[in-house]
Write a protein that binds this ligand. Structure first.
Ligand SMILES: Nc1ncnc2c1ncn2[C@@H]1O[C@H](COP(=O)(O)OP(=O)(O)O)[C@@H](O)[C@H]1O
Ligand SMILES: N[C@@H](CCOP(=O)(O)O)C(=O)O
Length: 310
């Protein structure tokens, strides 16, 4: 059946997840991009961005850069109208650019019935994502595409694996209204690290994977530490340590920066009531004159998905 248009959802994601700098991420529920891709006459790509300020030049929007990369590969020269509906803010550390890049190539694969697997689509999405971050890292793109927790071993071609996780895990996203561009946050990091820190990071990553796969909450909490990026980046996030302390007081199973920030995340057990914690975090930021959004979510195990076919 020939289709003229397809609408997909590509979830927001948390990358790094403590010790997994550039190599671990997971997908979220209820936040992400809805992308509607429609064929149009001619060869131009037209962008209709809804609800947020995004570049409409196809050379500057990660969605169309990823789309172009995929269409070049399959030899499709037709034009598109791409409508991007975002319910979260670019630059929030929640993989907004990855959602658009993934959504665009996933939608094109469906619309053009190209038959690529989700794993094969990842490197095209990365062509878009790297435009925003200035670096080729798949720790947002891979979980956004595949769902769940994904560990990345290589990008071109994608090499990685899904990590099992306790189904009773939920996450609280804390997003203070501060803009941190991924490219800027990467610029803060040293080019080389001491061997002792590399060993500590690897040990924590092993512990985190073990804790997730065996539902060992104490192991998750003890391992969710980043000694490579977090020490440099947390200074960009006002009240970072205070938020971490509040989460800990309310039973957090690990707290850290989401991606390059300014968002933070904390794991909890599904049954934990976070009403009081959320109020305290809001008050903390409100006293500093900063608006703060909070989002409770389960882990999204599905990744990119079709929501409508026209
Ligand atoms: N479709 C898009 N979605 C989100 N950001 C985009 C898009 N196209 C270009 N950008 C640019 O990418 C940057 C946001 O990406 P980035 O800094 O990596 O943040 P995020 O953590 O949200 O991915 C912004 O400068 C934004 O203008
Ligand atoms: N591993 C990257 C992840 C950036 O994620 P984003 O959501 O902030 O774009 C990094 O830490 O730089």
């Amino acid at each position: 059946m020939n289709k003229d248009s397809v609408k997909v959802f590509a979830p927001a994601s948390v990358s790094n997840v403590g010790p997994g700098f550039d190599i671990l991420g997971f997908a979220l529920e209820g936040m992400g991009d809805k992308i509607t891709l429609s064929k149009r006459d001619g060869t131009a790509y037209i962008i209709d961005a809804v609800g947020t300020d995004l570049p409409t030049d196809p050379e500057k929007n990660v969605a169309t850069v990823a789309l172009r990369s995929f269409c070049d590969e399959i030899g499709y020269q037709g034009g598109f109208l791409i409508r991007i509906e975002k319910n979260f803010t670019p630059g929030s550390g929640l993989g907004s650019s990855a959602s658009s890049a993934v959504g665009a190539v996933f939608a094109a694969n469906e619309l053009l019935q190209a038959g690529y697997s989700k794993e094969e689509l990842i490197s095209f999405a990365l062509d878009g994502e790297s435009l925003a971050s200035g670096h080729r890292h798949a720790d947002n793109v891979a979980p956004c595409m595949l769902g769940g927790f994904v560990a990345v071993k290589g990008c071109d071609p994608f090499d990685g694996f899904q990590v099992a996780y306790p189904k009773a895990l939920k996450v609280l996203i804390i997003f203070p209204d501060i803009v941190v561009k991924t490219s800027d946050a990467r610029g803060l990091l040293p080019k080389e690290v001491p061997m002792s820190l590399a060993i500590q990071q690897a040990a924590n990553m092993a512990g985190l994977i073990n804790g997730l796969t065996t539902a060992n909450y104490a192991m998750i909490r003890n391992s969710l530490k980043d000694v490579l990026a977090q020490p440099y980046r947390k200074r960009l996030i006002q009240a970072y340590d205070e938020v971490g302390k509040l989460c800990e007081e309310h039973g957090s199973i690990g707290f850290n920066i989401s991606g390059s920030g300014p968002s933070m995340f904390s794991f909890f057990r599904k049954e934990q009531d976070l009403t009081q914690l959320k109020e305290s975090i809001k008050e903390l930021y409100s006293a500093k004159g900063i608006n703060c959004r909070l989002h409770e979510s389960a882990i999204n195990g599905r990744g990119a998905e079709v929501i409508d076919i026209g």
